[in-house]
Write a protein that binds this ligand. Structure first.
Ligand code: PLP
Length: 418
């Protein structure tokens, strides 16, 4: 997700081009060095495990680290099975296929999300139906979801149909954004009542909990991403996790070109080359060993933002629902322009001029030109969040000093306007 710059402060090594591009920001001690939004933390056994791959020649999509990584993630999340994939988007594509979502069916999905889940829904020929965000915690608004199903849909012969489009509604795809879980009780209730499958997009929330249950183990199947900006990274990577053996088997089959005969190149159907490599999985194993420490760091950063920005009028920090245990993947604040004196984009520019990277939330998907053909309920809250929200530097390696610079720059931007 567009991390053009990376601070050398956290890097073991960078390519020459990357080194050159950050030259002016290099050096950990520089008081005004560049503070990136969210970069990886590579300080564990990554080198050792990568060396094992290279020394043993197991570099491709078979090898011991792939299974070990799948086991580490599923042990942690509590699911029975996990199938590693090349990235989180591929994991979503496969999850929709194994869940049996068919062309011209519909999937109810959060509009306030990165675009990947909606795209994956289109990959299988199905259509997203966009659901608004709730004003308090910014996740899928379950009251609006329930209202859409009971008023906007028609339940007949065990099938739910969207009255407006005439298409069958097959699944719910809640996206646990920014490290915080969706309110799952209502989602599970309507799913049970109307025979809908729950596909969790847990890509931003590894380690978060809903009423003590792990995110990724709250529905029928879930997806993780190990992209460079996620809590743990494999460079690029993802995983489909589920308790259903047949779905895991099918995920494994579809991600490896649907090969029926290992010798004769006989393929039962059109599959995909979506398997994670051993080299990437080696990174993943090293990163999983650090996950608890990373989450502690993220929570400490979130606490410090709440404390420091709680004093700044016009800035609202993200709240945690009473039923949630968030991992604060990406700390995001709302800017009330009238009180603060400038809007989120004004603050974004001010931070950029202080060499601090911030970013708005995603354009809500119901507004996206890429999904203009899809149905959506009214989504005023997502539209408001889009205008008011700004994500702040949240790397695991963010120092106290650098975080102090971020909060000081925000306070300064507010003062100047008032
Ligand atoms: C990161 C992310 C994904 C998957 O991303 P990949 O880059 O394909 O690994 C999917 N959904 C959301 C909400 C994400 O933030």
């Amino acid at each position: 997700m567009g991390l053009a710059k990376q601070s050398s402060g956290y890097r073991a090594t960078l390519s020459d081009t990357a080194q050159a591009s950050i030259q002016s920001n290099s050096g950990i001690k520089e008081p005004d060095g560049f503070i990136p939004l969210c970069v990886p933390e590579i300080r564990g056994t990554e080198w050792q495990y990568l060396k094992e791959c290279l020394d043993t020649n197991w570099v491709s999509s078979a090898g011991p680290f792939v299974n070990r990584f799948e086991k580490m993630v599923t042990d942690y999340v509590g699911t029975k099975y996990g199938v590693a994939t090349v990235n989180g988007t591929a994991a979503l594509h496969i999850a929709l296929l194994v869940a049996g979502v068919k062309p011209d069916e519909e999937v109810l999905v959060s509009t306030m999300s990165f675009i990947a889940p909606a795209n994956a829904i289109r990959y299988v020929g199905a259509w997203p139906v966009f659901i608004d965000a709730d004003p308090a915690y910014w996740q899928m608004d379950v009251a609006k979801l329930d209202n859409f199903i009971s008023k906007g849909c028609h339940w007949h012969n065990g099938e739910l149909t969207n009255r407006a489009t005439g298409r069958r509604v097959k699944a719910i795809l809640p996206v646990h954004i920014l490290g915080h879980p969706c309110d799952m009780n209502t989602i599970r209730e309507v799913a049970r009542k109307y025979s809908l499958t729950i596909i969790e997009d847990a890509t931003e929330s590894l380690g978060a909990q809903y009423q003590g249950e792990m995110v990724g183990h709250l529905g029928d199947v879930a997806c993780f991403s190990f992209n460079g900006n996620k809590t743990i990274t494999t460079g690029g990577g993802g995983m489909v996790v589920t308790d259903r053996w047949e779905w895991a088997e099918r995920a494994s089959y579809l991600t490896t070109q649907a090969k029926d005969d290992p010798l004769e190149y006989i393929h039962g159907e059109i599959g995909y080359n979506y398997r994670l490599t051993n080299v990437q999985a080696a990174l993943g194993c090293a990163q999983m060993e650090q996950l608890e420490r990373y989450i502690e760091a993220k929570l400490r950063i979130a606490g410090a933002y709440s404390y420091a920005l709680g004093e700044v009028s016009g800035i609202i920090t993200m709240m945690e629902a009473p039923w949630a245990s968030s991992v604060s993947w990406l700390n995001t604040v709302l800017i009330e322009e009238k009180v603060f004196g400038t809007d989120s984009r004004g603050l974004l520019k001010h931070l950029a001029s202080s060499n601090i990277q911030a970013r708005p939330l995603w354009q809500p998907l119901h507004m996206s030109p890429a999904h203009k053909g899809a149905y959506s309920i009214d989504c005023p809250e997502a539209e408001r969040l889009y205008l008011e929200a700004l994500s702040l530097p949240s790397s695991v390696g963010l120092t106290k000093q650098d975080q102090g610079r971020v909060t000081a720059a925000i306070a300064d931007a507010g003062k100047r306007q008032n």
